[in-house]
Design a protein around this ligand. Structure first.
Ligand code: NAP
Length: 307
């Protein structure tokens, strides 16, 4: 009897996972999110798989929060290599892992799962992806920088931990809910206990996400990083207005929905350097590929696919 040919879908669901019909090449990787249709990960990961002649593909999975447990259980099937997790699953997936690496435990969020002998091993590549992105776009290492992070959520925690581990000169965390910024700073206090203080300012500080407080810090900061969603939607303002920014700054927006996000535009207008989050997306994806396949990711192929 002739075998029925199954056509690949743009987006898979929990129902598909439960009643799996493979396509050619077989789906062994994917991203779980809600919403997920805008994810650029399939584009770069599929380009990498093809380039490396790995006979499998990476797909989008629309999974709601109440479906996450079942969906994650279903990828234990030995054929699955792993998945990425995006909004809103990075924190909820933590309790569904069998093993979590040190980064995941400290950050409290997971963005990469690798399936190994039916066990789910969690990783977080956002911090290292960020460090590689900063090195690439501004030709500088985090250890040389005084950094201000806007936000204190999952991405901010990954970036703050990376700055701490790389011994950044200074770290300022600015958040709408000040207590969350304070809590994050407290968790990192040990890393910043050393004497590497420049001038009268504290090495580690939490501040409210308010213009006056940010203005006060700008002269003692080299790199500003936005991890809030301000700028994601059309018509959003910049999270920091041009009048507060200064020409000496490097400004990195983790948002990549436009080449010139509102913050990047404000930075350029102020005479500063600015970049959007596409490079971080690329590098965190390349690190995920390296975790899954234990081989170097074809970074230029992935970059071309993203652009
Ligand atoms: P999250 O955990 O929900 O944290 C969001 C943060 O933004 C919180 O600190 C929150 O403050 C703040 N915030 C939310 N709405 C705000 C508003 N209207 N005004 C001021 N502050 C606001 O989210 P996440 O996982 O960290 O992700 C945040 C962003 O990072 C997303 O836009 C995502 O695209 C980006 N990201 C990019 C990459 C990349 O590869 N380029 C990777 C990861 C994440 P409160 O604490 O006061 O609620």
């Amino acid at each position: 009897m002739k075998k029925k040919r199954v056509v690949a879908k743009e987006i898979y669901t929990l129902a598909d996972l439960k009643d799996w019909h493979d396509v050619d090449p077989p789906i062994r990787l994917g991203v779980f999110g809600d919403p997920v249709e805008h994810s650029l990960s399939p584009r770069m990961q599929n380009a990498a798989l093809k380039h490396c002649k790995i006979d499998m593909q990476y797909a989008r999975f629309q999974i709601s929060p109440d479906e996450l447990r079942e969906a994650i259980d279903l990828i234990r099937k030995p054929e699955f290599v792993g998945v990425n997790l995006t909004i809103p699953h990075k924190i909820a997936a933590l309790r569904l892992l069998d093993l979590a690496d040190e980064n995941v435990r400290r950050i409290g969020a997971v963005n990469v799962i690798k399936v190994e002998s039916g066990k789910l091993h969690g990783f977080n590549t956002d911090g290292r992806g960020f460090a590689r992105a900063i090195r690439e776009v501004f030709s500088v290492d985090l250890r040389d920088l005084r950094v201000m992070i806007l936000g204190a959520g999952g991405a901010a925690r990954a970036i703050a931990l990376q700055c701490a581990k790389e011994n950044s000169e200074r770290l300022v965390i600015a958040n709408r809910s000040f207590e969350k910024a304070q809590k994050l700073a407290d968790q990192l206090r040990d890393f910043f206990a050393g004497p590497k203080v420049l001038g009268p300012v504290a090495r580690l500080q939490a501040i409210p996400l308010e213009e006056a407080a940010i203005r006060f810090q700008i002269g003692n900061v080299d790199l500003v990083v936005n991890t809030t969603p301000i700028g994601l939607n059309r018509g959003d303002p910049s999270p920091i207005p041009t009048r507060v920014l200064a020409p000496h700054l490097m400004v990195y927006d983790t948002i990549y929905s436009a080449a010139r996000t509102p913050l990047v535009s404000a930075a350029l207008e102020a005479g500063a350097r600015g970049a959007n989050g596409l490079s971080m997306l690329l590098h965190q994806g390349a690190l995920a590929f390296e975790i899954w396949f234990q081989r170097e990711a074809p970074i230029e192929v992935m970059r071309t696919a993203l652009l």
